[in-house]
Design a protein around this ligand. Structure first.
Ligand SMILES: [Ca+2]
Ligand SMILES: [Ca+2]
Ligand SMILES: [Zn+2]
Length: 350
């Protein structure tokens, strides 16, 4: 059987480099639009400032508008280090692998989550505890007509094992046991060239998604990305497309060199459970809203031990599942990420 050639890491890197050079690319992770990253001015030298935009708890919710744009641009100019990561290989390929969330939306999401948890109180907590025991996983194999991408049941089973090991903290010493476990609830297979290439993704996701807010749907496709995810706070509005899309060759035993240990699904499921990248917000104290992940200016490529891209305390968390490092470089979620995922679960998925 002939299989189409999967995206090579070299191509992924090249696409990432194009994005780093500021070519605007827009990829919709949800039907309601995603924005491409704002490029810095060519040649501008950006100097990192320590902790300038400190976020106030409970600050009044701000309206969208020109002020929002200004703050976002200021933040990016402050944090971007030109040339530092031209060769970054991206989980998201050309751009972020989820819709972009700016600092003001980030603040609104935090407030909304606190409000929900305050209102629901113990009820939400006990619901969350009961359900977090086992996340049902529905795997949708979007193969081509000629069979490309038609991964085996055994590969899918291994993928679920990787999720379980990574979320149980088995990736390395000091890794948090998040308490989340995953159980395979079903595999279905489609042989559709358009869907295989992630075309008409809103349609195919709506038509094939299974389960409720607590069900992790994984669509295995062949695209220019390793993965794309939706966030839990978007479920109420866009539940029909909720889940993660993953490059099929990133499954354990797949052909995506450096990315074939199944950790792309771990990373995307992290977004699905409410985590940002560890480089979200760049060199700011707010960063990814998690206090025990040191801030980093941009995505990591490979496994550069000792990388320190922000003057804020701590080395870059290159071993964290929410960076863009190689699969074999990943070892952990932190305790802070674990607790954020539990809160997000209680607020939006339990
Ligand atoms: Ca952090
Ligand atoms: Ca640092
Ligand atoms: Zn990501």
């Amino acid at each position: 059987m002939t299989h189409l050639a999967p995206r090579s890491p070299r191509r992924l890197r090249r696409l990432a480099a194009v994005a780093a050079l500021g070519v605007a690319v827009s990829v919709a992770a949800t039907p309601t639009a995603a924005t491409a990253r704002v490029a810095p001015e060519p040649g501008a030298v950006q100097v990192e400032q320590e902790g300038a935009p400190v976020e106030q708890e409970g600050a009044p919710v701000e309206q969208e508008g020109s002020h929002v744009e200004q703050e976002r641009v200021a933040l990016e100019q402050e944090c971007f280090e030109p040339g530092a990561d031209i060769a970054t290989s991206a989980r998201g390929g050309q751009t972020h692998d989820h819709r972009e969330v700016d600092v003001l939306e980030q603040r609104r999401i935090e407030q909304r989550t606190r409000d929900i948890l305050a209102a629901e109180g113990a009820r939400a907590a006990s619901r969350a505890e009961a359900l977090a025991g086992s996340v049902p996983v529905y795997v949708h194999v979007m193969a081509a007509k000629n069979g490309a991408g038609n991964v085996t049941d055994s590969q899918v089973a291994q993928q679920v094992q990787v999720l379980n090991a990574s979320y149980a903290g088995q990736g390395g010493a000091g890794a948090a046991n998040t308490g989340f476990t995953f159980s395979l609830a079903g595999i279905d297979r489609f042989y559709n060239d358009t869907w295989h290439r992630d075309g008409a993704s809103t349609t195919y996701r709506s038509q094939t998604r299974k389960g409720g807010a607590n069900a992790l749907n994984i669509w295995l496709v062949d695209f220019d990305y390793l993965g794309v995810a939706t966030f839990p706070w978007d479920y109420a509005r866009n539940g029909k497309v909720d889940g993660i899309r993953v490059q099929y060759s990133s499954l354990p035993g797949g052909s995506a060199t450096n990315y074939n240990l199944g950790e792309t699904a771990t990373h995307e499921a992290g977004h699905w459970l409410g985590l940002y990248h560890t480089f979200q917000g760049g060199c700011t104290t707010t960063n990814d809203q998690v206090s025990d992940t040191p801030a980093q200016s941009s995505a990591t490529s490979g496994c550069p031990e000792g990388r320190d891209s922000c003057s804020l305390a701590g080395l870059d968390p290159i071993h964290n599942y929410m960076d863009y490092s190689y699969d074999d470089c990943y070892t952990e979620f932190t305790a802070g990420q674990s607790s954020r995922m539990s809160q997000m679960w209680a607020a939006y998925r339990a």
